[in-house]
Design a protein around this ligand. Sequence first.
Ligand SMILES: [Zn+2]
Length: 1018
Amino acid sequence: MGTENPGRPNFPMRPSFTPFASAPPTVRPFSPSGPGTGSESSNFRPIPPGAPPTMTPFSAAGPSPPVRFSDPSVPSAPIASVPPSGAPYQRFPTPPFPSAAQAPPNRAPPMGQPPFQPPAGQISVPPPFFRPQTQVLPVPMGSPPQNANFPPSSMNVPQPPTDSSLSGPRPNFQPPFPGYPSKQPAVSQAPSPFPAQQGSFMPPPASPSPFPSQQGSYGPPPVSATLGYQSRDQMQHPGSAPPTGGVQRLTEDFSSLSVQSIPGTNDPGLDNRSLPRPLDGDVVPSSFLEMYPMNCDPRYLRLTTAAIPNSQSLVARWHLPLGAVVCPLAEAPEGEEVPVINFASTGIIRCRRCRTYVNPYVTFTDAGRKWRCNICSLLNDVPGEYFANLDATGRRIDLDQRPELIKGSVEFVAPTEYMVRPPMPPLYFFLIDVSISAVRSGMIEVVAETIRSCLDELPGFPRTQIGFITYDSTVHFYNMKSSLTQPQMMVVSDLDDIFVPLPDDLLVNFSESRNVVETFLDSLPSMFQDNVNVESAFGPALKAAFMVMSQLGGKLLIFQNSLPSLGVGRLKLRGDDLRVYGTDEEHILRLPEDPFYKQMAADLTKYQIGVNIYAFSDKYTDIASLGTLAKYTGGQVYYYPSFRSGIHGDKLRHELARDLTRETAWEAVMRIRCGKGIRFTSYHGNFMLRSTDLLALPTVDCDKAYAMQLSLEETLLTTQTVYFQVALLYTASCGERRIRVYTAAAPVVTDLGEMYRQADTGAIFSLFSRLAIEKTLTGKLEDARNSLQLMLVKALREYRNLYSVQHRLGARMIYPESLKFLCLYGLALFKSVPLKGGYADVQLDERCAAGFTMMALPVKKLLKLLYPSLIRIDEYLLKPSAQADDFKNIMKRLPLVSENLDSRGLYIYDDGFRFVIWFGRMVSPDIAKNLLGPDFAAELSRVTLTEHDNEMSRRLMKILKKLRESDPSYYQLPYLVRQGEQPREGLLLLVNLIEDQMGGTTGYANWITLIHRQVQQN
Ligand SMILES: [Zn+2]
């Protein structure tokens, strides 16, 4: 689709019968004299017909080839998708985009050209995908004929795996629950980087060790080592070690923990209460906006440090990730919505050279006739219609009416040159597994009901399009033509050569076909209620959905309940071979098994299709492979292991409803520009790179964030300030093409201390977690953890060195106030699902699903997952009458330490994805009776929390509601557990109290001791 560089249409050619073909967009005539157009044609490098698809699956691999900033003629790496035909570029004039890292421009497919022929080998049936219906039997609604009338499947498809192979033995996962004697995994694991207990720290294994040079130099820590904490006030005048000389700024410079030895005790002796903890959740550093009030709000863009280093040597000493996190469609509170600006005939004002959008940091000169670009310094002409006089101070007199000149967050209405076709309508396509396991789980019913209940809220009425495919061992299409009274089902059983049995009416305008759609959804659960088919022709069904959607693009929601077993993309059980774990082969289990998935993801992205995967199985479903579809299409993985509608139905209902109704941006691309001398070199999240720096995002919404790393291109930056500008070009559900633009400035500094002072822990961990998860895809879990630990140690050591000459630091561990939670979040990341332990600690699918999820999370949500909230509510529930203030008080978060759990108490643990409600052994019987009703004494794993007719129960439900409302992106299902109910208590709660030293992992205090000791070893 039109790119953020208008006129570099990467959108694939569409068949001539597309509904838009008859109405070509009004486009400006191509103007050769236009700014920079010359470079367009010279940049174009045709790709020979039949060349492999050129979308580059995102890879964490190193920096892209450098592209010189000021030389628009230098083409960047040839990795943009290029229409395979060599049709001349003629229809869509292209305001050029000679930005630094520009991809070679692609040419727009002229309207009305022959139907698209996909490159050979990609899909077997090219659009228009229509073939005579030799094998198609329109059948009445109802269970599809499974075995009749079709050639035996063995004639068409490779022998499917037998059913038993799907339910084969699984490794016996016995997580070592904290709090109980932990059972060592049956396979040998590499030594954990965590000391099992103090005094037993072993250096990590040789080669990938973060500390290779220091192997053997770790003496076991003194058994009696004790941490004592000094508050900042105490620290200010530490009696034992008064700072020497020039220490006036000591307290401003750093915070510290005193690490002392108290001989004669084995007790860690730590006053746990005084360790730094993020009990206020994500606190955005205020400096970003204070220094530059016209910057965009940090909810959209955050830098890992708001002080940009001026030299490469300074970058090298920073050690922490240097970069940004962008959440381009973050939800704004009421009254802070991003202003929408329509330049209409003036056109959008952009820098002629680097294509930066006009923003608050450009300056006007020459009596208002010129403006200087803040990113590349070029002096641009002000178009006549945009002219305004300057006042005595050089400011435009019309500033009040120009939000784009005073606000860092704006949205422009994009004119036709930002389109390569008319803006697409919102489109939702559903691919639903109807095999026996899906039927039995109750998933189909919940999905059908939820879609039906959301129909009125789907964005984009009355243009919204909708369609459905279901599948088991065959693929079922539904004709939804508005003139029908009920949908007509067509079954295709030729899985080897899947085709679409009807050219139109599989995808329909929802407002026209509403009755047919509703009839379909009402009857879907009963249609398959007696289905006993165990197979899953997932791959062929996916290809079919792709064919149906490829004309328009849109959102594909996949509901998969079993391991794909038939046709292309069938997967096998893997992960059962315990010998693989802990070896160099282990990470392969976390990667897609079949190249089909990555290739499909590339094709889907190219055709503007974003995929969300909903996975439900109680058995292995290879989330690593399935999730790849979401990862590279800007989508999301929802994982409901062992789904049962009676238990998990609410979670699915809420999350699917949010997915369907949240505001969504369609056919989007995103780019972040920055000033001369610096460059974004790597991008991390769920998307595919279309060129070196253009993120292809078929769909985007408020729940997605993207992270990127920055590097210096020049040895020394000479400017005082650098600027960043994010641009998201997308189609809004209302049908307008829009460009969301965020601009921010940050100071360039020469001082490492300043970088630390301006550090943003949330942004740092957003990058850290993505880097660490990516590392689990190329090596052992342990290596990922080790490299994370190494970064922490290096950063703190460098920081210590800043002050160690000046001050006698002794045994004190010092850290910047801005990074006081660095160690704790580091520990939390160590213990997070994608990274923790070994094979026995987390099931493979769960680990992979968590990895895909965390790669997309916005900062606030990520930090809550890393350090969840724990609140105590029994006192509040028992109060005769509740005040609003009480409510505020109970929301106070507690440290995640098991010794804080009072057995008379009732607690809610909330990580943003689920609630665990913990009943102390001695909790008031009143509470238990009121909340649980007649089940109050039952084993809580069998109790579902429902509202009872009493004040206490209503209050609890109100609290849960309030917690959910604070972040509705996922729905927390409540899990009840009673103190001592094992192993449930350990699995649900204790293992998540990350400050505890349990189950072979390190506790917070010991972790700090460990890090500190390593910091001291120069
Ligand atoms: Zn510029």
